[in-house]
Design a binder for this molecule. Structure first.
Ligand code: E4P
Length: 219
């Protein structure tokens, strides 16, 4: 599973790019608002740091979405245009995909919705794991079901596990077969953490220091 960051904060993206572990970034209007920057300017900055940057349309009618999607796609070759999983969003996505624009169909909460994204040749579909868990439904189960349905039908649209809230969502998404998992920076950072890594490191450092001291005392 490829790892994406779900953020519009440049410092977080720069840090993760420095680690060499991310293949893309997803943004949405809430994340852009949180960063306090102009949408186009910030997406272009992010595209300068990493490939595969999802930028979301904010209009809701088919024709407006087509115009907006074309405009966003021109911002940078790394851009993937996000359209909502509505009849207008899907219809606009179909037009944009037929023009060679990569589409991320967002706000997906069912297998049937994912099949609609696949039907228009979307680059990826984004099922929202955390928001399903929030309403006592099984978000990871949805990832597994969409992956199974896509495999059964030979669908090439990628499954992007979105709305990841904690490290367990990451490993569960990968085990469920998601192609991509997008997560907040703090979740990516938490993937490094294991108490036995810290304990082992402290032990190695202590043993090394002790051996150096012993050698120095003998010479
Ligand atoms: C990504 O494309 C989504 O917009 C994002 O993962 C939503 O996450 P949230 O449910 O934590 O807002």
């Amino acid at each position: 599973m490829k790892l994406f960051l779900d953020t519009a904060e440049l410092s977080e993206i720069e840090t993760a790019v420095g680690w060499g572990v991310i293949d893309g970034v997803t943004t949405n209007p809430s994340l852009i608002a949180k960063a306090g920057q102009d949408h186009e300017t910030q997406v272009k900055r992010i595209c300068g740091l990493v490939g595969n940057v999802s930028a979301e349309c904010v209009t809701d009618k088919r024709d407006d979405l087509v115009v907006e999607g074309r405009r966003i796609a021109k911002w940078h070759p790394n851009v993937i245009v996000k359209v909502p999983l509505t009849p207008d969003g899907i219809a606009a996505g179909k037009v944009l995909a037929s023009e060679g624009i990569r589409i991320n169909v967002t706000l997906c909460f069912s297998v049937n919705q994912a099949l609609l994204a696949a039907a228009i040749g979307a680059w990826c579909v984004s099922p929202f794991v955390g928001r399903l868990d929030d309403i006592n439904e099984d978000g990871i189960r949805l990832i597994r079901d969409i992956v199974d349905a896509f495999r059964a039908g030979g669908v090439t649209t990628k499954v992007l596990s979105a709305s990841i809230r904690h490290p367990l969502h990451v490993s569960q998404s990968a085990l469920a077969g998601a192609d991509i998992g997008t997560m907040p920076f703090k979740v990516l950072e938490s993937m490094f953490k294991h108490p036995l890594t810290d304990k082992g490191l402290a032990q190695f450092a202590a043993d090394y220091k002790k051996s150096q001291e012993t050698r120095a005392a003998k010479s």
